[in-house]
Design a protein. Structure first.
Lengths: 220, 220
DNA sequence: TGAAAAATCATCCGTTTGGATCGAAAATGA
DNA sequence: TCATTTTCGATCCAAACGGATGATTTTTCA
């Protein structure tokens, strides 16, 4: 086995932690569950990460950075775009990321409800900077007449975020009620089109590649 | 103490269960926590409700019925409204309910993420009928030209729901980042106006009473 | 009033939790 | 090669969990 394919214990633990925390959240996940999925003894978590909380923070750091990177994929081309196209592009990337990686969405939502020090940590280190930049972008869009200036940018921001994430958060419910697999590529694009049409009018939908789905390597 | 103010054990348990489950969800809530809040011995839960799961179902039944009732408050006047006004009215009631009673929102979100048999139960008994009616209403609105007919009603429905609930779900985060109390009456109305303006154009905002906040008696 | 029924309580049980401990094993480098 | 460091795993622990039990108290009603 090449060392690239044979993940070391630390990486295996992080990968398993992302999966388990992303499915059940912090409280409902046990270190034994994570260790079992990683195929190592649960005592090893104490060694590589000093506690369950540390492993959780490492997981969130990994996921949030990955998400921000995905949203800024086309950043180089932004200078050549109108602010409308720029906003549309970031929404597209945002939705596609959450379709490909539902874990962060679930973790952040669970923690936002629970509150407490874990939520404070992720807010201070990740959510606040992200939200500040997003709200600034919306304010700019309002200057350019994309949204009415009298609407509060904060509320618009949360409507963006909520609309982009909701179907992936409710994936099981939607499957059960409507028989729709929201993670299917065509459903993801359909949802993007719906958001862009309703929020920003003009359905000049630019196809864009939806092949984000594959290639989910973990660090290195 | 009048018997109206002196709740019996069963009612005290339900009231406490709504609070605790509404804050932490099913798994993170303990029967001891609920019994302590109700001021009774935790063994009483087994007596009045056969299990923790039964108490949870009773809590969800109570809250969901309360929510549907709130949304249909003005139903009598709907026949005299245009379909646009009707949709706006139900959105207004929907948002105001979740501002006054954040518990159901939290419980449904947590369970939607977790999946499992509790989620299946609430989907079959409450979410599906609610969603079916809402989607039908949106399809009707599309017939009347309020929304483009080519947009999928399901996605529009979830955007409605998500946009209406998001700020209350993220209340702690918004307080921390923006210093805004989303439960304040003026913030609730501001959010409603933002949704109605962005989704349905025309900001002919009808004030309406926002005094829903008080009077949260638990069954009698 | 008093016996039967309903309601409440203190207490116990088996299980699972996160974390600590410590010896064994593997890797490292002079 | 061999001693030192790094890594790993079996095991123990106190705490909290949902639920069961049986005694005790309160209520009901003839």
């Amino acid at each position: 086995m090449t060392p690239d394919l044979q993940l070391d214990t630390r990486s295996k633990l992080l990968k398993a932690a992302v999966t388990v925390f992303g499915k059940n959240g912090f409280e409902a996940s046990s270190v034994r569950q994570i260790a079992d999925l990683a195929g190592v003894n649960h005592g090893s978590i104490k060694y590589h990460y000093s506690s369950k909380g540390d492993l959780w923070r490492a997981s969130v750091s990994y996921l949030f950075s990955q998400m921000e990177q995905a949203v800024h994929t086309n950043e180089a081309a932004w200078s050549k775009m109108t602010s409308r196209e720029r906003l549309k592009d970031s929404i597209r990337s945002f939705v596609r990321y959450h379709a490909a990686h539902p874990e962060l969405n679930r973790i952040l939502t669970i923690e936002a409800i629970a509150g407490g020090e874990r939520h404070q940590w992720v807010t201070d280190n990740y959510t606040r900077p992200f939200a500040d930049r997003a709200v600034a972008g919306i304010a700019l869009a309002q200057e350019d007449g994309i949204y009415p200036k009298e609407l509060p940018a904060m509320n618009l921001h949360y409507m963006h975020v909520a609309s982009g994430r909701i179907i992936f958060l409710m994936a099981q419910e939607i499957q059960s009620i409507f028989g729709v697999d929201v993670f299917a590529a065509e459903e993801v694009e359909r949802h993007i089109d719906t958001i862009l049409t309703l929020f920003m009018g003009a359905s000049d939908l630019k196809p864009g590649s939806a092949k984000e789905r594959s290639g989910e390597r973990l660090e290195n």
